[in-house]
Design a protein around this ligand. Structure first.
Ligand code: ATP
Ligand code: MG
Length: 454
């Protein structure tokens, strides 16, 4: 294959300055460069800086191998089994440094690629001597690492494949990413059918970036998502959980939800819930989920943290409540009915999206706490108000009050109660102080007059 000619945008023609990077990232880029290596800032960091957004993190790629990176940085930890990456640990930040990689690597059997099992220093497929072209340190084309070009084209979308070169502060664009960034378009690099079969999670990522950046999804990319959306479930359930979480916690959950529904990805991820949504004729649950996610977006935009159990309790609350009502009709008391509803729900979703147990437990607690919240003051309100998960339970009730127009008084009561100074009480989980019995000391006749007495 002919090497691609990149578009090089000189410093004067783009807006990224070293000042907009984190000082640690700049330090790392310079250390690599000063040691004779190529070093680029890549991925979401470049994309976000060009859009005037604050990047979440800074990823760097280089032609230095993981072992060479480790020698250069004392704060370096090598992670990953198949692909070794360097994590450079700073006080409040981790900068990720990877070696240029080729897509062919992804198809390689595990023992051919990098392995953490190799003791450091031993010559192996994963180490330096076989990989580098003598002195200049440039990685060869036909080795297990890749060239800068291969590293760019193995990435998912054109807007994620731009690189900022520390040696002359230019931007390097192999795939037309800058033009798509300016037009606001998410487009796969290469044939979307091929790229989505390689990794179906990329379809979810396309939706995430479109919603997060307010971009549109390019026509062929979108049509391929419509065709292949249901195949997202080929990815592992724990990975899909992480992806769903990222999707819904970016502050644009409502838009994301609409795109997920339209694309068919939502139905594939949550088939039972999705059928339940479709069954409703008066549109009530649709507006419920939309409103719940809207509420999450508002909380996030106000700088509040939304924990996963609250997010999912809000999103699936109505569905879970309906299940709980059914269990109650079958004779279960209130709390066990919610328990059974959450357990049934987890059974439904776990083949596709695996919620961690602790999240399921806290979701259940949010829902069962609604009964207690409605009894004011009830017994020991101060103990209840300091329980782990109380804030989330109250946040859920606040949302319910907004939607239904009921219970506002109860929410206000608890909010006021929380602000009032409470007598000191023991927090849940705190070790109880041991009670010590005081023993009366008996006076030993010799003790008091010991001094000077022989
Ligand atoms: P965010 O701001 O959400 O972190 P990001 O673009 O930085 O967005 P990451 O998941 O941090 O996304 O990944 C960093 C980069 O790695 C991406 O920009 C992309 O170039 C590449 N990448 C990540 N996941 C994939 C994937 N599944 N397929 C191909 N390239 C990927
Ligand atoms: Mg990132």
């Amino acid at each position: 294959m002919e090497p691609l000619k990149p578009l090089i945008i000189p410093r004067a023609d783009h807006t990224i300055s070293r000042r907009s990077l984190s000082p640690n990232a700049v330090r790392v880029l310079y250390r690599l460069k000063d040691n004779g290596f190529t070093a680029y800032l890549v991925g979401g960091g470049v994309r976000d800086l060009l859009l005037g957004r604050e990047p979440k993190d800074f990823d760097i790629v280089t032609n230095a191998t993981p072992v060479q990176i480790k020698k250069m940085f004392r704060n370096c930890r090598l992670i990953g089994r198949r692909f070794r990456l360097a994590h450079l640990h700073f006080h409040d930040e981790i900068v990720e440094v990877a070696t240029f990689r080729s897509a062919r690597l992804d198809d390689m059997p595990a023992d051919e690629s990098l392995s953490m099992d190799q003791p450091e220093g031993r010559t192996s497929t994963s180490d330096v001597p076989r990989l580098l072209k003598s002195e200049d340190g440039m990685v060869l084309r036909d080795n297990i690492f890749g060239t800068p070009e291969e590293d760019a084209v193995r990435r998912d979308f054109t807007v994620n494949a731009l690189a900022y070169n520390i040696s002359d502060f230019s931007l390097i664009d192999y795939v037309g990413g800058l033009e798509d960034l300016q037009r606001g378009v998410i487009r796969t690099i290469g044939d979307p059918a091929v790229r989505f079969v390689e990794d179906p999670v990329r379809m979810i990522r396309a939706v995430r970036f479109a919603a997060m950046l307010g971009f549109s999804i390019e026509g062929t990319t979108w049509h391929t998502i419509l065709e292949l959306g249901a195949t997202v479930t080929k990815a592992s359930p724990p990975r899909l959980y992480e992806e769903v979480l990222k999707l819904l916690l970016l502050g644009a959950a409502e838009r994301t939800y609409q795109l997920l529904r339209q694309s068919g990805i939502f139905a594939a991820l949550f088939p039972h819930f999705s059928r339940w949504l479709d069954r409703e004729s008066d549109g009530f649950p649709h507006t419920w989920v939309g409103k719940a996610l809207d509420h999450v977006d508002v909380l996030l935009q106000n700088g509040e943290k939304v924990q996963p159990p609250l997010l999912f309790a809000l999103m699936f609350g109505q569905y879970l409540q309906e299940k709980a009502d059914r269990f109650r009709k079958e004779g279960l008391p209130a709390h066990p009915a919610v328990n059974a509803a959450v357990a049934e729900f987890m059974g439904e979703v776990s083949p596709t999206v695996q919620f961690p147990n602790r999240v399921a437990i806290l979701m259940r607690d949010i829902l069962t706490s609604q009964y207690r919240l409605r009894k004011i003051p009830g017994r020991h309100p101060e103990t209840f108000a300091t329980r782990h998960g109380f804030a989330e339970a109250l946040a859920y009730l606040r949302f319910m009050a907004n939607v239904t127009g009921e219970d506002a008084k109860i929410v206000n009561w608890w909010e006021k109660f929380r602000l009032e100074p409470q007598p000191e009480i023991q927090q849940e989980g705190e070790p109880r102080q041991k009670r010590r019995r005081r023993r009366k000391r008996r006076k030993k006749p010799s003790q008091d007059h010991s001094e000077g007495v022989d």
